[in-house]
Write a protein that binds this ligand. Structure first.
Ligand SMILES: *[C@@H]1O[C@H](CO)[C@@H](O)[C@H](O)[C@H]1NC(C)=O
Length: 287
């Protein structure tokens, strides 16, 4: 751990406080795209995005975060969702941006969605892992979580870790740790590539397509340049910042292995054709 980093990290721990925030989506996000196709309903309990032949829609968080444990429940587009993509991710700005992605690629009725994940650090991505899910993600809400702390990024689905991206700065790989990120989500049409490489097109007679969101929960360090004296870490639960040093215990490592063994359908760290000169350096740590 270098000193600069320790200064940031230790300050976060010292100044972290329990700021109780209700999970009211009106207070947490702004619908930023879609001309009325994105809506916050039921006094902030529910958010829906929709997509028709004219446009998709999207929202972003009001806050920017520098580390956090962020949960959201999503219920994806039902029925024939082929060609639709529901993206839910954290991202900073600019050409050397950091990004942590969940993307849900729709499919024909009864065929499995693909959950696509990626991690960008300093503008470099190409770290895709893809999964099927062990349930129908359109039948009900499920919780999709991103834990982002100085040591690791963990993607979880209903509490089951599916992917861990460890800080690999020790082997020269940039890690997202200096650029605050916002949450973004959008529902859009990508039938030129999303479903079986673009072979299956969107059926617009089924439009509008709708995805729903609820129960946003962030234990996170809020990056606020406007009021730098405010507590950087806020919490919607007990103000417990254990997540800042959280790692996978033996039980959750077993769950991760279970998910990867049974549901992972693509792993860049196993794609030897793509990396004939050898796998990216972080792959050795994340094997
Ligand atoms: C759609 O279903 C087909 C057939 O089961 C499968 O090969 C594909 O991975 C599924 N997902 C997408 C997004 O194409």
């Amino acid at each position: 751990m270098n000193n600069f980093f320790c200064v940031i990290f230790c300050c976060l721990v010292v100044f972290s406080a329990a700021a109780l925030a209700a999970s009211n989506l009106n207070q947490e996000v702004d619908v930023t795209w879609g001309d009325g196709r994105g809506k916050i309903l039921n006094n902030g309990e529910l958010l829906t995005l929709s997509l028709d032949q004219t446009s998709g829609s999207g929202f972003q968080s009001k806050n920017e975060y520098l580390f956090g444990k962020i949960d959201m429940q999503l219920k994806l587009v039902q029925g024939n969702s082929a060609g639709t993509v529901t993206a839910y991710y954290l991202s900073s700005q600019g050409t050397t941006h950091d990004e942590i992605d969940f993307e849900f690629l729709g499919n024909l009725s009864g065929d499995p969605y693909i959950l696509h994940t990626n991690v960008f650090s300093q503008g470099k991505g190409n770290r895709e892992q893809q999964f099927y899910l062990w349930f129908d993600p359109t039948a009900d809400f499920h919780t999709y979580s991103i834990l982002w702390n100085p040591q690791r990024i963990i993607f979880s689905v209903d509490g089951t870790p599916i992917r861990e991206f460890k800080n690999a700065e020790s082997v020269g790989v940039a890690y997202p740790k200096n650029q605050p990120m916002r949450i973004y989500s959008s529902l859009w049409n990508a039938d030129d590539w999303a479903t079986r490489g673009g072979l299956v097109k969107t059926d617009w007679t089924k439009a509008p397509f709708t995805a729903s969101y609820r129960n946003f929960n962030a234990n996170a360090c809020i990056s606020s340049s406007s009021s730098p004296s405010s507590s950087p870490c806020s919490s919607t639960s007990q103000g417990d910042n254990a997540w800042l040093t959280e790692e996978l215990d033996a039980t959750r490592q077993e769950r991760l292995k279970w998910a990867q063994k049974n549901y992972m359908i693509y792993n860049y760290c196993a794609d030897s054709k793509r990396f004939p000169q050898g796998f990216p350096k972080e792959c050795a740590l994340n094997a």
